[in-house]
Design a protein around this ligand. Structure first.
Ligand code: BGC
Ligand code: NOJ
Length: 795
C-alpha cells in the first residue's frame, strides 16, 4: 500500500495525512443532521445549514487559484513568523504537520518553533454549529509570547448570487459585534430570519469584521495586514465583504497548554423574536449555543457523544477477515461514505459546487440502501419525501430541493429509469426493517395536498410507468435518458449553449429503447412480485407476466451474440453492438441483465460477463463503454462530448462496477467478482499520487484505459458507488443478505479469504457469524429472531 501522503489508523477510525501538499485537497465532512461542513486537510472549505445553495454560511471560491482558498483559518504570529496549524494559507513550513480525518471530525496538528497547535473541528450532535477546539502548547524551553488570530469569511447566504450579483452584494453586508461574538446578519432586516456568528469562550484583544481592513486591499489570505503588523482594525463591516476575526495576545510558559473554544454557528429566529430593539438581532439562541461549548469538559463530552454516535452506527455491521483493506473499507470508510452521500446526495463536494444539484430521485433511492441498516427511520422519511415528488402517471422530477422538498426542473424530468428506483429503495427498506406498514403511508403527487394515495400505489404506478412506455421491441423507452444521464437519444443538439439534461427536442415517434432499464425492470419486477405476494396483493401475477415478457424481449432483441445490447436509438438502430464502429460494449446492460439473470440457463450471463472482462476491464476497474467515442455523435448526445476515457465516455464510472461484481457473484464467479472489487476500492490503491483524490473514499469516476492518465480519480465522495459497493461487498461477497424473514448467508469470495466473522445487527437481533466458505452455493438461511445469536456456518 502506498503511504506517500498518509495512512489508515483503523483503531481510531481515522485517515492520517502526513503532509499538507496532497495531490488534491483531501476532505472530510462534518455534521449528521442539518448543519454540515466540508473541511479539507488544510482546514479549507465551508459550512451550510440544510441547503448548500440557499443557506451557505462561509464563502468558498470553487475556481480560485490556488484552489481551496478559504476556510477556518487560525494564524499564529510568533515574532516575525506567521503560520497556520493546517499549513494553509501562509504555507509556512511546519516542524510537524498532521491531519486526522475521523468520523465527523477533523484534527490538525501543526508545530513550529516550540509551539504546538492542535485544532479539532466538529459539528456537535443537536447543534447547528461547528466547534473548533484549539489547544496551544509550548513544547520548547523558553516562555513564548505570540498572537493568535481566528478568521472566517461570510457568504451572503445564497451561494449562487453571492458569486454574481455584486452591484447588490457589495452594499448589503451587515454585522454586529457584542461580547465575545461576531455576528453576521446580512439581510436579516427583511425576509430573512437567520444569522450566523463566530464566538469564543474568552474575551479577545481585538477583532475585525471587514475583510479589507483585515487583509488589506491587495493582500490575500496568506498575508493579512493586521496579522503581519500584530494589530486588529476593530472594524465593523458596512457592505463590502463581512468577515470575522478575533485576536488574542498570548503567552505560555514552557510545557504550558492553553485551550480555546470557538463556535461558528447558525440561528433561525421566530418572527416575533427577531429583534431585541430596532435592527438589533435577538442573540439569545447564539448565546445559548456558546454557553453549551464554553468549557473544556463540555467540548470533551460533545466529542465523546459524537464518537458514541458513530460507534453505534458502525457497530451494526462489522467484519473480521484476513484482508485488512477489506475490513477497513467495510467497517469504516464505505459505511461512512454511504452516510455522507445519503446526507448530501450530489449537492456539495469539491466537485459539486452546492449550487447546481439537489436530491436526485434515482440517486437518493440508491443512497438510502447504503444507510438503511444504520438509520432506518431516516431512510423511511427519505422514501416518503422522494415519492411525494412523483407525478400521477409514475413519472417524476429528476431532483428535488432539500429545503423545500419540492421537485424542480433544473435538470429536467422524463428519465425513464427513475420510477423503478422507488421500488428498489422501498424493497431494501422493508427487507431491512420488516416495516411493511410503510406501504400504507399516504403520499401525495407532486407535493399537492389532497392527492395522497398509498406508497404501494406509488410503487404500482412506478412499475406500470415502464409497461406504459414500451418501444417497438417491447423494451422500455429510454425517455430523456436512463441511469446514464449522458446517453441522450431524444436530444439532437447543435447548440453548445443548451444542456443535454433538459433538451429533448425530438421524441415523437422515437424508437429509443434501453436495455439498462429492461434489466432493472426484470430485477426490480421480480422483487416487486415477491413483495406483492407477501402482502397477498393479487397484482403479483400481472407483475410476473410483465417481467416474463420483458425477459423474452431482451433475449429476442436485446442480445448481440456475445453480450447484451445497450440500447436502440431514436431511429431504431443498435447501440452497444458488434455492428457499431465505437461503443460496441457497454457496462450498464451487462450489469443489470446479469443481476436480473436474464438468459442465465442459456449461458447468456456468463458470456456477457466474459465480454465485460474482455472489453471493459483494465488495471483500475471496468470502463463504461468500449471502444470510446472519438467524435461527437448528435444522435447519442453528451456521452460523445467527453474526451475518451473520461466520465460517461469510457471512464471507469465506479457506480456501475458493482453491478458487474454482483452479476459475477450471482453467477458464482468469485475470482472475477473479487478482482473487480479490489480494483475500484481505494484501500487497495497502490499509487496515491496517480489517484490524486482521497485514498479513503470511492470516486464517481477514475480515468479509463483510453484516457491520458488512466487511474486518475475524480469526483470523490458523492456517488452511488458508495451504496452499490456496500451492497456488493456486504450482501454478495461477504454474503449477508437481508430478507423479509431473516438473513440469507450466501458468500462468494476466493477461497483463501473464505474464513471470516461478521457481526450483523438485524432489527432487534444481533448475529455473530463465523463463516467458513468452501465454495458451496445456495447459502444458508437464518430466520429472524430477536436476541443474540452466535452461528457457525460452513458452506
Ligand atoms: C454528468 C453526469 C451527471 C449529469 C447530471 C453530466 O454532465 O456527466 O454524470 O449525471 O451531468 O447533471
Ligand atoms: C451521476 C448522476 O448523479 C447519476 O444520477 C447518474 O446515474 C450518473 N451520473 C450516470 O450518468
Amino acid at each position: 500500500m502506498d503511504t506517500s501522503f498518509g495512512y489508515f489508523d483503523d483503531a481510531a477510525r481515522e485517515y492520517v495525512i502526513t503532509r499538507p501538499d496532497t495531490p488534491w485537497p483531501w476532505i472530510n465532512y462534518l455534521g449528521t443532521e442539518d448543519f454540515f461542513s466540508l473541511i479539507s486537510n488544510t482546514a479549507g472549505g465551508y459550512c451550510f445549514c440544510r441547503d448548500a445553495k440557499f443557506r451557505r454560511i462561509l464563502r468558498y471560491r470553487y475556481n480560485g487559484v490556488p484552489m481551496d482558498a478559504g476556510g477556518r483559518y487560525y494564524y499564529i504570529k510568533d515574532g516575525d513568523t506567521v503560520w497556520n496549524p493546517g499549513w494553509k494559507p501562509c504555507k509556512t513550513p511546519l516542524d510537524r504537520y498532521e491531519c486526522r480525518h475521523g468520523m465527523g471530525y477533523s484534527r490538525f496538528i501543526g508545530e513550529k518553533d516550540g509551539l504546538q497547535a492542535e485544532l479539532t473541528c466538529w459539528v456537535p450532535l443537536g447543534h447547528r454549529c461547528e466547534v473548533h477546539r484549539l489547544r496551544l502548547t509550548n513544547t520548547g524551553t523558553a516562555r513564548k509570547s505570540f498572537q493568535l488570530y481566528s478568521f472566517v469569511e461570510w457568504c451572503l447566504w445564497n451561494a449562487s448570487t453571492d458569486m454574481e450579483n455584486f452591484q447588490r452584494n457589495l452594499s448589503t453586508g451587515e454585522v454586529e459585534v457584542e461580547g465575545r461574538v461576531l455576528y453576521h446578519k446580512t439581510e436579516y432586516r427583511e425576509r430573512r430570519d437567520h444569522y450566523a456568528f463566530f464566538g469564543v469562550n474568552r474575551p479577545f484583544d481585538g477583532f475585525d469584521t471587514d475583510r479589507e481592513t483585515f487583509l488589506g486591499m491587495y493582500n490575500g489570505f496568506e498575508a493579512p495586514q493586521q496579522v503581519l503588523s500584530g494589530t486588529s482594525g476593530n472594524s465593523v463591516a458596512h457592505g463590502w465583504s463581512p468577515v470575522a476575526s478575533h485576536r488574542f495576545d498570548m503567552a505560555l510558559e514552557p510545557g504550558q497548554r492553553d485551550e480555546l473554544l470557538f463556535v461558528l454557528g447558525y440561528v433561525e429566529n421566530p418572527e416575533d423574536e427577531k429583534f431585541t430593539e430596532q435592527q438589533v438581532i435577538n442573540k439569545r439562541r447564539a448565546l445559548e449555543m456558546m454557553e453549551a461549548f464554553s468549557t473544556p469538559a463540555q467540548a470533551e463530552a460533545s466529542l465523546a457523544a459524537l464518537r458514541a454516535f458513530w460507534d453505534g452506527l458502525l457497530s451494526r455491521f462489522t467484519v473480521a477477515s484476513a484482508v485488512p483493506e477489506l475490513d477497513r473499507t467495510v467497517n469504516i470508510w464505505n459505511q461512512y461514505q454511504c452516510m455522507i452521500t445519503f446526507f448530501f446526495s450530489r449537492s456539495a463536494s469539491y466537485f459539486e459546487s452546492g449550487i447546481g444539484r439537489g436530491m436526485g430521485f434515482r440517486d437518493s433511492n440508491q443512497d438510502l440502501t447504503g444507510i438503511v441498516h444504520m438509520i432506518p427511520e431516516r431512510a423511511r422519511q427519505r422514501i416518503i419525501d422522494i415519492a411525494s415528488t412523483q407525478f400521477p402517471d409514475g413519472g417524476c422530477y429528476h431532483q428535488y430541493q432539500p429545503l423545500s422538498k419540492r421537485g424542480n426542473n433544473d435538470i429536467g424530468g422524463g428519465f425513464n429509469d427513475d420510477p423503478l428506483w422507488l421500488i428498489f429503495g422501498t424493497v431494501a427498506y422493508i427487507k431491512e426493517t420488516g416495516d411493511f406498514g410503510i406501504l400504507q403511508e399516504p403520499v401525495p403527487f407532486d407535493n399537492q395536498p389532497g392527492t395522497e394515495v398509498s406508497l404501494l400505489e406509488h410503487l404500482k404506478i412506478s412499475f406500470s410507468h415502464v409497461t406504459d412506455n414500451l418501444g417497438p421491441h417491447g423494451l422500455p423507452l429510454i425517455g430523456r435518458a436512463d441511469w446514464n444521464d449522458c446517453l441522450n437519444l431524444n436530444c439532437f443538439s447543435d447548440n453548445p449553449d443548451e444542456s443535454f439534461q433538459t433538451t429533448e427536442n425530438q421524441s415523437e415517434g422515437s424508437q429509443a429503447e434501453s436495455l439498462m432499464i429492461a434489466g432493472l425492470f426484470v430485477a426490480e419486477g421480480k422483487d416487486f412480485a415477491e413483495l406483492l405476494e407477501r402482502i397477498g396483493d393479487s397484482d403479483a401475477a400481472g407483475v410476473k407476466q410483465a417481467v416474463a415478457a420483458m425477459e423474452a424481449a431482451v433475449k429476442k432483441d436485446g442480445w448481440d451474440g456475445e453480450w447484451f445490447l445497450r440500447a436502440y436509438d431514436f431511429y431504431g438502430r443498435k447501440i452497444g453492438s458488434d455492428e457499431c464502429a465505437e461503443g460496441k460494449v457497454f457496462i450498464e446492460s451487462q450489469g443489470w441483465c446479469t443481476m436480473a439473470r436474464i438468459g442465465a440457463e442459456e449461458g447468456l450471463c456468463d458470456k456477457a460477463l466474459d465480454s465485460a472482462v474482455k472489453y471493459l476491464e483494465c488495471d483500475y476497474g471496468m470502463v463504461l463503454n468500449n471502444p470510446a467515442y472519438t467524435a461527437y455523435i448528435k444522435d447519442y448526445g453528451e456521452i460523445s462530448t467527453y474526451p475518451e476515457g473520461y466520465k460517461e465516455n469510457a471512464g471507469i464510472f465506479c457506480h456501475n462496477n458493482p453491478w458487474v461484481i454482483i452479476g459475477e457473484a450471482m453467477a458464482g464467479r468469485a475470482d472475477a467478482a473479487w478482482r473487480h472489487y479490489c480494483k475500484i476500492t481505494p484501500a487497495f490503491c497502490q499509487d496515491q499520487r496517480l489517484r490524486k483524490v482521497e485514498p479513503y473514499v470511492f470516486c464517481q469516476m477514475v480515468a479509463g484505459k483510453d484516457a491520458a492518465r488512466p487511474g486518475e480519480g475524480k469526483n470523490s465522495w458523492l456517488t452511488g458507488t458508495a451504496a452499490w459497493t456496500w451492497k456488493a461487498v456486504s450482501e454478495f461477497l461477504l454474503g449477508v443478505k437481508p430478507q423479509y424473514d431473516g438473513l440469507l448467508i450466501d458468500p462468494c469470495l476466493p477461497l483463501p479469504y473464505g474464513t471470516y466473522r461478521v457481526h450483523r445487527r438485524f432489527r432487534d437481533a444481533e448475529y455473530d457469524l463465523n463463516i467458513h466458505y468452501t465454495g458451496r452455493r445456495g447459502g444458508c438461511f437464518l430466520p429472524y429472531e430477536a436476541g443474540s445469536h452466535t452461528v457457525d456456518i460452513e458452506l
